[in-house]
Ligand binder design. Structure first.
Ligand code: NAD
Length: 492
């Protein structure tokens, strides 16, 4: 696992070593061993990638859509054949378990499959005789060069929220992956190369903030897709739109889940354990706050304490491991600090995952499942995205009070409820101030053919990732009104 090899950019169909003056190491979070080095590509390299993508655009845009999707069909097969290799890379650089890495890739592949339907998805609409002998049509045309900037927590899935839709609609696409997990993209681009996309249609530029700024400022980039923390999402949205670009920027989250007294406690606890502690709590759809209603308090608290303390934590490629490390040593310190801050605000640390080690991986970034009981709904910890395996418990007297807690926050990525009562579920679905809602579901992740609908501080923009939203985001509509009087042709 010890390797200092510098990862490459992929520009115009060629693998290129960046001339960046700065590089950063990539670590395996389970051991902190350095497993690669990644360049922080400078603005000049972004400029080269954009110009070569612009040069590739006219031919790609005029390639019939039925041909543009052919490399995506090949890509789907290549991703299936390389699922194991991809999952191992994800686990090694991101920390999640092998099963979670496979699950992540499945959701990525689903987007490739969905975009293969682009011949239908990109269709416009029309009316004959909007006035006598005059017809009106709407066509969708690609924008040109578009770029995506992605976070550390789903290196195999999130690039595919954007890439397949962007290229199938006829755009050229630049990916700037997270510098914490750049190895997965390296492998994905090897497969994209084999899938047979023309040179310049897909570019990979590694880097950090300077690289992002160069994309946001480049006049040749028409649209920016971003996923990451809220402060950076907001910044990227403002800078991209100030530069006249389209932008869709998904931010952070603090997801509440309501547990009603009639919920099936066995199922609820099992699902909640996966939602709160799966991927070490580093999912933007992780349950982060559980609000028990009425009599649910005691049984749920007890059951969750049991599952939290019995979860097997370790290196994600080892057998039987149910939860991996958090991404960096800094994350571990930050998460442990926030657990302490919750305690200082009056919460009781019911299960304490701080200061733990895994035998054989003593240097890893370990935070074990943690439960903070009695968190103040109006305190700081109730509002702060912890992004680690920490579940906060709150209590409400009835569903109205629970929904008020759900809606009293800045984020709006996901809200869930566990109940057997349809009318309570319907009320929750109707009133919850969140774009993704789960009913007896712990991670309400939209399938590829639905938009990933974060709201409020979890999203800046209007068209979301995936599905028809992706098609609309990456195309501009052209409306044509036409008149072809019969008497004109009689002249010839
Ligand atoms: P991050 O915001 O630190 O980084 C995301 C990307 O932005 C990376 O590519 C990074 O290089 C770049 N970046 C970081 N700082 C920058 C700056 N100052 N200027 C320009 N670019 C910058 O996020 P992360 O830690 O990689 O990911 C975790 C966050 O992502 C969490 O907040 C999580 O909730 C969020 N997330 C949201 C969704 C969603 O769908 N809403 C999905 C996954 C993750």
């Amino acid at each position: 696992m010890n390797n200092n090899e510098q990862l490459l950019n992929y520009i115009n169909g060629q693998w290129k070593r960046s001339n960046a003056s700065s590089t950063v190491p990539v670590h395996n979070p389970a051991s902190n061993a350095v497993i690669a080095t990644v360049a922080l590509s400078p603005a000049a390299e972004v400029d080269e990638a954009v110009r070569l993508a612009q040069a590739a655009f006219p031919a790609w845009r005029s390639t019939p859509v039925v041909e543009r999707v052919q490399p995506l069909f090949r890509l789907k097969m290549l991703l299936e054949e390389n699922l194991d290799a991809l999952a191992r890379i994800i686990t090694n650089e991101c920390g999640k378990t092998y099963a979670e890495s496979v699950g992540e890739m499945r959701r990525g592949i689903e987007n490739v499959e969905t975009a293969c339907g682009m011949p239908s998805l990109i269709q416009g609409y029309n009316n004959e005789d909007i006035a006598s002998g005059i017809d009106e049509h709407m066509f969708r045309q690609p924008l040109g060069v578009v770029a995506a900037i992605t976070p550390f927590n789903f290196p195999g899935m999130i690039p595919f929220w954007f890439l397949p839709y962007a290229v199938a609609t006829g755009n050229c696409f630049i990916l700037k992956p997270s510098e914490k997990v750049p190895m997965t993209s390296q492998k994905i681009f090897e497969l994209l190369e084999k899938a047979g996309f023309p040179a310049g249609v897909l570019q990979l530029v590694n880097g950090g903030a300077e690289t992002v700024n160069a994309l946001l400022d480049h006049p040749g980039v028409r649209a920016i897709s971003f996923v990451g923390s809220t402060p950076v999402a907001k910044y990227v949205y403002q800078r991209a739109t100030a530069n006249g670009k389209r932008a869709q920027c998904q931010g952070g989250a603090k997801n509440p889940v309501v547990v009603m007294p009639d919920a099936d406690m066995e199922t609820t606890t099992r699902i909640m354990a996966d939602s709160a502690f799966g991927c070490a709590g580093q999912r933007c759809l992780a349950a982060s706050v559980a609000i028990t209603v009425g009599g649910a308090k005691n049984s749920f608290t007890e059951a969750m304490a049991d599952v939290a303390s019995s979860r097997t934590v370790g290196y994600g490629l080892d057998k039987g491991v149910q939860m991996g490390p958090v991404i960096t040593a800094q994350s571990k310190t930050r998460i442990e600090g926030l657990i302490g801050a919750g305690e200082a605000e009056g919460a009781h640390v019911l299960v304490d995952g701080r200061q733990k080690k895994v035998a054989g991986y003593e240097e890893g970034n370990w935070v074990f499942p943690t439960i903070l009981d009695g968190v103040n709904p109006n305190g700081e910890i109730a509002r702060t995205e912890i992004f680690g395996p920490v579940l906060s418990l709150m209590h409400a007297a009835n569903v109205e009070e629970a929904i008020a807690i759900v809606n009293n926050r800045a984020y709006g990525n996901m809200a869930c409820i566990f109940t057997r009562d349809g009318s309570v579920a319907r009320k929750f679905r109707y009133e919850a101030d969140a774009g993704n809602v789960g009913i007896n579901i712990g991670v309400a992740a939209p399938m590829a053919f639905f938009p990933f609908s974060g709201w409020n501080e979890s999203f800046f923009g209007d068209l979301h990732a995936q599905s028809r939203h992706g098609v609309e985001f990456y195309t501009q509509t052209k409306v044509v009104v036409e008149r072809w009087p019969l008497e004109w042709s009689r002249q010839f």
